[in-house]
Design a protein around this ligand. Structure first.
Ligand SMILES: [Zn+2]
Ligand SMILES: [Zn+2]
Length: 418
């Protein structure tokens, strides 16, 4: 990687690119900033771990929670192996058929207008994701960690992208897709670095920008934190629409009812099952529909967003859940998770050369591995059986050249199969 691309990659993490270097005429020319950010994600997470160790004497991340968060990030991007992002596809359709005017792609005004427009769209995507239960079923994934560190940023929902595209469509009436494609990525990348407890206060920047201090509140389950600070890059939207709350009492992170689970598919999907069961318990059609369309805390007879005073009280002495599992098991999960990360990285690098059926097979293998590692973390009784099966699949895939080990000595000798 050249020093210029390192500079661009690093500045993209903070949305600090200039219009000059990040305006493109065609969508195909737009760099995959998010995909290129992997080394910066890893570098900043290692830096946070090191600084956290020096500052507090303990690790800011645990293997069980960190693996579950990064796994959610991996699952959230699996659909992109088969489909172009929903947001961009829908956006291009509206641009091609319904645009009212064409802002010039090479104007700095268009670039700045789009930065603000995408961030405004994100505020509403995010607010609806908290205030409409069926959308919360997807977004709760991001809030399901009881920790708050850079790995939490990667804990994303696979389903959310299938609803969020609607909110950006007004921009497609005037802004070229190539400029939107830049900002939808920069907006997402900006939100990585704010997931840390190590940056306490950024002075005057706190007035305008979303910062670690503001976003910590957003992840809190204390009463004063619920449904606050939705902003992406800018916090001004919350100040304007009355959803801003400053950081006060110690923030206790996570869901109001913590799930304390580590299996990827459960983390992604459990809330849909809960909603279905909740709606079945109600008699009237209107209450059943309201279960999905009103706030997650709504109950019959309560206001649209429910009454948060009914939530379990937060004392400030709550500690995040930690499964009790042996050190060798932790090392085993860490090594196999790193091997999977390598496979995942290779898959995205080579996706253009692979058939749809190979891609589908690889998606199944990734989900199988994440499920099996989740079973081990949760110490489920059938985890040994599932992991044995998973290892057989892994070895067979290597045999048929579907997996490239990160280091040559990890290759299983051919004799093993003969
Ligand atoms: Zn949120
Ligand atoms: Zn967050």
């Amino acid at each position: 990687m050249g020093s210029r691309s390192v500079s661009v990659g690093l500045r993209a993490m903070f949305s600090m690119l200039t219009p000059n270097e990040s305006s493109f005429e065609r969508v195909e020319e737009v760099p995959p900033y998010v995909q290129q950010a992997t080394p910066f994600f890893v570098g900043l997470m290692v830096l946070e771990l090191a600084v956290g160790l020096l500052k507090t004497g303990r690790s800011v991340v645990t293997i069980s929670d960190g693996v579950t968060s990064i796994a959610a990030g991996m699952v959230s991007r699996l659909p992109l192996l088969l489909l172009r992002g929903c947001e961009l596809s829908a956006y291009m359709y509206v641009w091609e058929h319904f645009r009212l005017l064409e802002l010039p792609w090479d104007s700095a005004w268009t670039w700045w207008f789009t930065l603000i427009g995408v961030d405004f769209g994100y505020y509403w995507v995010h607010r609806f994701a908290h205030e409409v239960a069926v959308l919360w079923a997807a977004h709760q994934v991001h809030h399901s960690s009881e920790y708050y560190n850079l790995t939490t940023a990667l804990r994303q929902s696979a389903a959310q992208q299938f609803a969020s595209w609607v909110f950006y469509l007004p921009l497609a009436l005037a802004v070229p897709p190539s400029i939107f494609a830049v900002h939808i990525q920069l907006n997402l990348l900006y939100q990585f670095w704010i997931h840390t407890e190590l940056i306490r206060d950024l002075g005057p920047l706190e007035w305008v920008f979303n910062t670690p201090k503001h976003h910590r509140v957003h992840h809190g389950r204390n009463l004063y934190c619920i449904d606050k600070n939705y902003g992406g890059i800018l916090i001004i939207w919350d100040r304007f629409f009355g959803t801003f709350a400053p950081e006060e009492d110690k923030v206790i992170y996570g869901l109001v009812f913590p799930i304390r689970r580590y299996e990827s598919l459960f983390v992604q999907l459990h809330y849909y099952r809960y909603l279905w069961k909740k709606s079945k318990a109600y008699k009237t059609f209107s209450d059943k529909v309201s279960t999905f369309l009103k706030g997650p805390s709504w109950k019959p007879g309560k206001p649209r967003l429910g009454d948060h005073v009914d939530n379990p009280k937060v004392t400030g002495r709550e500690v995040p859940h930690r499964p009790s599992w042996s050190l060798p098991l932790q090392a085993y999960v860490a090594v196999h998770f790193l091997l999977l990360l390598w496979t995942y990285h290779e898959l995205f690098q080579n996706k253009m050369m692979l058939s749809q059926s190979t891609l589908l097979g690889m998606i199944c293998y990734i989900l199988l591995t994440l499920t099996s590692l989740g079973f081990i973390i949760e110490q489920r009784p059938n985890s040994g059986f599932l992991e044995t099966f998973r290892c057989v699949v892994m070895v067979m895939m290597q045999r048929y050249n579907c997996l490239t080990p990160p280091l040559p000595f990890l290759t299983v000798p051919t004799e093993v199969f003969s």
